[in-house]
Write a protein that binds this ligand. Structure first.
Ligand SMILES: [Zn+2]
Length: 185
């Protein structure tokens, strides 16, 4: 697993105000890193990776489901269905919810493809879990942040918005096993 150096406060929007007391934050070297710090509360403002999920969804012919992004970043590009976890969810329920919201499909989790720390301009680091999800029912239709949904042959993919999404697709394609060879229900 790789990530950018921790404690890097440059290159993205910086928190200005303490979430507890509302006063202005400063920087302080604390526990091995330069962090935002509230002198009034005498507390460092810890910042952590944001958990997100995405789903590799093959149909019974082995084609892969992609959604075209209707929002920035990478608006207009294709990617796996996915998004940020919400409070109260497990990663698995988040992946199935995003699939339902963005692509109109219900599915079931088949396996975890991997868990990666991936750099983000806005969030510094996203902790991204990729799942292999088998479609159960529903008709693909774009919803939420997607403007189109389509099934694509693995060797004829459009440009994928995020390197890590493409890596999950390649991970899936390189798998040797009954689930990857014949992704039935
Ligand atoms: Zn404070």
């Amino acid at each position: 697993m790789t990530t950018e150096p921790s404690g890097n406060l440059t290159g993205r929007p910086v928190k200005r105000h303490c979430p507890f007391c509302g006063r202005r934050l400063s920087n302080r070297f604390w526990e091995g890193a330069l962090r935002r710090f509230c002198r009034h509360c005498n507390l460092p403002i810890y910042e952590n990776p944001i958990p997100a999920v995405c789903a590799v969804v093959p149909d019974d012919r082995g084609r892969l489901l992609l959604v075209r992004r209707g929002v920035e970043p990478k608006i207009g590009a294709w990617c796996l269905p996915g998004g940020f976890m919400e409070l109260g969810e497990t990663p698995e329920t988040a992946a199935l919810r995003e699939l339902r919201e963005e692509a109109g499909l219900n599915g079931r989790i088949a396996s975890l493809l991997g868990l990666y720390a991936t750099p983000s301009r806005l969030y510094h680091t996203i902790l991204l879990a990729g799942y292999l999800v088998m479609p159960e029912d529903g008709r693909p239709r774009p919803g939420d942040d997607a403007t189109a949904v389509g099934w694509f042959d693995g060797d004829d993919l459009p440009t994928i918005a995020f390197d890590r999404h493409l890596a999950f697709i390649r991970d899936f394609q390189n798998r040797k096993g009954p689930e990857a060879q014949a992704p039935g229900r």
